[in-house]
Design a protein around this ligand. Structure first.
Ligand SMILES: Cc1cc2nc3c(=O)[nH]c(=O)nc-3n(C[C@H](O)[C@H](O)[C@H](O)COP(=O)(O)O)c2cc1C
Length: 252
């Protein structure tokens, strides 16, 4: 069974800080200024600290017009001067999932610092990412960041109700399971697809869904870690490898 290396990887203080940042985060696509020098230093530390196996987070300067694509029906990223390249080692098991966890830790740290950011997996030119890669590495996504040009985006979150993500009745769940699923419900996902599905059996919550194992599911795992933090729980993959199981450990 593959490991869940995010379990116990982050400190309680980090998870608390990021948990408080979850409601503040939104997909920021327009920036007014770059992050300051002190903020860059903090982010460089964070990038090194949060990288799980198979993930490299590189902080790079950005030529927004060159890096981001202008596509019909997709909002363009504008005036970004910095970005994180989320690089994965394709030879490492579950590197995409790990990239979701590590990248979302960066995103939430940026929100906690008052910076705007946006996951971008589709609307950028991979050839414009200016960093040497080894033969096994590829750029999974980029995350432009900087001072947000407005705080408006936070108010326009479009999400499915929790019931639509649950295969059984969330109103019958214990509070920890409800909190975990609710923290995922407001997470970002590619094309706002919200692919996550939850079911509960006894003291175990199962996270699965279309495209299980991709970045969206790593983001979900990060949000669950934030929601549960020091509440005793363990992670494992389901036996069919199509889901993650979170088991709550009642304190004795
Ligand atoms: C893995 C991932 C990939 C994404 N790719 C893009 C992208 O290519 N272009 C873009 O403009 N937004 C992209 N987004 C941003 C989503 O569209 C956005 O998070 C979603 O619509 C929800 O909005 P919110 O983040 O403001 O809550 C991506 C988000 C995620 C999590």
């Amino acid at each position: 069974m593959p490991a869940c290396p995010w379990e116990g990887f982050f400190s309680a203080a980090q998870l608390k800080r990021w948990s408080e940042a979850i409601p503040l985060r939104f997909a920021c696509r327009r920036f007014s200024a770059p992050a300051g020098v002190d903020q860059q230093i903090t982010l460089a530390y964070t990038a090194a600290r949060v990288s799980l196996p198979g993930v490299r987070l590189a902080l790079l300067d950005c030529d927004s017009n060159r890096l981001f694509l202008s596509l019909p029906f997709f909002p363009r990223i504008e005036y970004a001067r910095q970005y994180v390249a989320v690089i994965i080692d394709t030879g490492i098991e579950n590197a995409q999932l790990h990239a979701g966890v590590s990248g979302e830790a960066m995103v939430l740290e940026m929100s906690a610092m008052g910076l705007g950011s946006c996951w971008v997996q589709g609307t950028f030119r991979r050839s414009a990412v200016d960093i040497p890669l080894s033969s096994r590495e590829k750029v999974a996504a980029v995350i432009p960041y900087g001072q947000p040009s407005s705080k408006e985006g936070g108010r326009s979150r479009r999400r499915k109700p929790l019931k639509a993500l649950c295969l059984d009745k969330p109103e019958t769940w214990p509070n920890w399971a409800f909190q975990a699923a609710e923290s995922v419900r407001i997470a970002p996902s590619a094309l706002n697809s919200q692919p996550w599905r939850f079911s509960r059996s006894g003291g175990t919550l199962r996270l699965s869904g279309r495209g299980f194992g991709n970045i969206n599911f790593g983001i979900a795992a990060m949000h669950i870690e934030c929601a549960l933090n020091t509440q005793p729980h363990i992670w494992r993959f389901s036996s069919d490898n199509k889901g993650l199981l979170i088991t709550y450990k009642e304190e004795t």
